[in-house]
Design a protein around this ligand. Sequence first.
Ligand SMILES: [Zn+2]
Length: 511
Amino acid sequence: MEKTFYITTAIDYVNQKPHLGTAYEKIGADCMARYKRLCGYDTYFLMGNDEHSINVEREAARREMDPLDYCREMADVFTGAWKALNISYDDFIQTTEERHVRAVTELFARIERNGYIYKGKYEGLYCESCEEFIVEKDLEDGLCPRHRQEPKKISEENYFFALSKFEGRLLEHIENNPGFIRPKTRENEIVNVIKGGLHDVSISRAGVEWGIPLPIDKGHAIYVWFDALTNYISALGFGGEESELFEKYWPADVHVIGKDITRFHCVIWPSMLMAAGMEPARSVFAHGFLSLAGEKMSKSRGNILDPEKMAGVFGADGLRYLLLREVPFDKDGDISTQSLVGRYNADLANELGNLFSRTLAMISKYLGGSVTPAPFDGGCGLHGVLSDAVAGYREHMERMEFSRALGAFWPSIQAANRFIEEKAPWTLAKDETKRDELEAVFRELLAVLRTAGSVLFPFMPEKMSAMLGRLGAGDPSLDELPPSESGAEGLSAPDPLFPRIQEKPEEIFKD
Ligand SMILES: [Zn+2]
């Protein structure tokens, strides 16, 4: 049977344009999706927009637009940004779509049929910006900690989901499935939350029109979170007549999300699925947050970076590489324009870019563009370091440790640059009798470049395709790395793959 891999990202509220934090999540997920495709998995990568939000309705009203038209327009804005960043999603779900409404309705019906929905009175606090009910103990100075805003007191008849019935099953599931919640720190948090006792959650709002009507009471709309979480199965055709995708890809292999929505994905979502008699996803990966020069990025601080603008400076692939290299995906981390420009010039322009340019330029100059193919094996100088680099890369990629995967591979690039200095091909080229030795040196360098083109492809798909093309190496592949044979013909000196950034970092993002 073919190996499948289903990966999703959080769906985004459409009341503001994508920012760097949102883009970071999609870039990480895309890197993983591309890696799994290279590993031979039949991969399905889902992204989408969360449209049933009161804030969306408000924003549409402010612009005097029909909310559906507004959502359509924002879907173009988001998908445009994702394409500009080389994000290779297979499907983009919008929660106002018919297929989604059908799936939410069906999931609700199953949970209700199994006896986990009841009507009750909700009295408590509600943050209008979170669109979440919030409990007293989570407030800071009486305010929602995320929005620094006072929650509203609400008292209404609501439908409830009997979340409290799932404490035991959730704990058992987490214990029996190591790695269900990654990283481990988030797992510990969730286990503590469950052990502290789960309360039933309200899953409907009375008198809300912008939402999916509750099947059993049309005076209510389904609570946004219940609605939003269901996107992961509605995109696969769940609840419809054609659900081959659902049969094939569910349960999802990984939901990639921000660490602030871990509870929804690790407590509520698996319980909803269990309540419906379905399998929970195999894992949830909660990435950390980026801060800019020591400060949290936020609208109010005015330091939100525009990913498309940044891609204009570093290139889409340059930006992808920098974000995934600078900050470990599972942790919070700080970036600055200085650190990004510094690393771009050091890693990409100098080390990788130069290795590629000078190797091809020398092969073209000294050998007329051809290196006779011959085995590349343990007898060669760079074989050992390259084998280790690939092994380290694979191990970290499997765990979505992108920064560490790059850190494990990079020594092979640096070793190749040192190898050039040591072997001094420009001297060997002056002696006709050293032609074999000269070819052997370039054979090793070509093996490193060909390997780099494949292992770095998930990070920099466009640049690495171009590099492999210039090497005459065809499509990226992780099947046989390092390659057992090395050589090439018809090579010529390329233009710089990563032109050096000359501007001062502080000038780059000035408006
Ligand atoms: Zn809030």
